[in-house]
Design a binder for this molecule. Sequence first.
Ligand code: ATP
Ligand code: MG
Length: 659
Amino acid sequence: GPADADAVLAGLDPEQRAVATALHGPVCVLAGAGTGKTRAITHRIAYGVRSGVYRPQQVLAVTFTARAAGEMRGRLRQLGAEGVQARTFHSAALRQLQYFWPRAVGGEVPRLLERKVQLVAEAAGRCGLRVQRTELRDLTGEIEWSKVTQIVPEDYPAAVAKAGREAPRDAAEISRVYGIYEQLKRDRGVIDFEDVLLLTAAILEDRPEISEQVRAQYQHFTVDEYQDVSPLQQRLLDQWVGPGSSLCVVGDASQTIYSFTGATPDYLLGFRTRHPDATVVKLVRDYRSTPEVVHLANGLLAQARGQAAQHRLELVSQRDAGPDPVYTEYTDEPAEAEGTAHRIRELLARGVRASEIAVLFRTNGQSEVYEQALADLGLPYQLKGAERFFERPEIREAGMLLRGAARAGADTLAVDGPDLAAQVRAVLATRGFTPEPPGGSGAVRERWESLAALVRLAEEFESAQRAAGRDADLAAYVAELDGRANAQHAPAVEGVTLASLHAAKGLEWDAVFLVGLTEGMMPITYAKTDEQIEEERRLLYVGVTRARVHLSLSWALARSPGGRAGRIPTRFLDGLRPGSSARSGARAGRGGHAGAEAGGERAGGRRNRGPVKCRVCGRALTEAVERKLRRCEGCPSSMDEALFERLREWRSEQARTHG
Ligand code: ATP
Ligand code: MG
């Protein structure tokens, strides 16, 4: 009843409450990081459901990542609103496409293209072009950008010129590759990620009776992170939201960090123009971060320029005072990683949980050295933003094995046999899984962490089943895994999070380490235009605002021990970190001398450990990248191919960003 629903409003401030109670929309929330946007929309849905205004099946909550969708479902369950759909644009569209394809097009739904980059390579080959591996990814990125901004191959050259976008190679060539890529997909009856949205939108536009059916199904929409919606996603949303529907969007223009993929804050900022009757709510109370962290975030915002900056909102922390952000300058990258790992160990010793700590970097290639440093200290960690848990090859394989074992075990095992986790461990052991983590880092370690998560899940499942008075056999566990895979619920790995700044969006941790904050990384070398530089600044703002209490910012003067100390800290911290003064002019020059104005403490160099040798063959390693991994690239045996793949990627990424 209504009194029951009101309980949902108890945890909200007056502005958030205004959002939650405006059930019929349109509603637009413009607010900075940590002000409770996600919380407000989650409570709004729960309020709608519990007051009986929304039927749960009629609600679609659109989130930016599958993980965010999973978290929202969990929160809604806690708030007593089960059965609400929380999905990404992509997963919602895919479901509709699968459902309506037979009727709209006929036949089977095309398969999803798995190796997109390979197909782009093939298309380039057919155009007679030779492209490097790194270039291939840029080329793929251009095709993706074109598709989400709804540019067909013929229009690509003109569109690039108009957008002031720097094409990775001749625009006419890219246009040809893009065209052939589309042709190849058609010939093979496969579709790519973007096609899922394009085709769904096209079906809904062409077939009024289908769009009527969709509109009858979903009537209440919320969109989180609306500042990063692409034109293609907006087109889909326009199809979904009918005249009788309610729409609530929340976003922060200062957190637009995906414009390279076609995302734009225009829809957020123009919401009121398109919906003159919209309730517009601004939130300024920051519930996430301490005043010290918020002070730095506000400082970054104050220096921001451009369109998004005109809509910035000063944040006001609601939390008690905490420690000041810590700024640290290191001599080289391995020293930075080692120093970070030691700080993390101190936090753990002081009782901060590993899952409440994150190390955030600009490019995924930077993770390797941190993985190594954490592994050296025996600290658990997990990589974010990589493949989704249940889609990882090792998890698929494990799933098959467990299913087989469950079938075989159905008649042989008495359920007083070994406990479930022990059975799972035994099955995984046949594929080399060990109870203790293997030494080393990279893909090998990641694979182990994934499998360990399956074991932990078995433990949790077993105790939950026991508590409910039910049996927990392997078959029940496999069914649970299937259920989770369908819901894309990855079990949380208990470890320090390593993630790119992009992947950290919307998340929060007690302690956040922002590493590698040098010119060239932040802003990244290839950010050249003022707009691109501003996006880099927003990225740092996103990073800073992930921290609840402890915030560490660090950089290294040289790449490798003994290397040339030619790096300087990011311009974005000028005037904000102690000992620095604001640099004059909008764009700071490169190559200035770092020592002159470096603030914060200076950390010692790395201990000299003698020559670093390959773990496999024992050869002394000379290449910096090999030294970091402690393996030589040419080593013939026992190396996981995936690790080398990442090594190569990392190498080229490094080559690109450090010249
Ligand atoms: P971001 O822009 O980073 O996505 P956000 O605006 O979505 O941030 P939330 O993640 O919803 O912010 O909230 C930030 C933190 O503050 C969360 O831990 C949330 O539970 C807490 N919080 C939000 N509103 C309140 C409130 N009224 N009372 C107590 N805690 C709150
Ligand atoms: Mg949020």
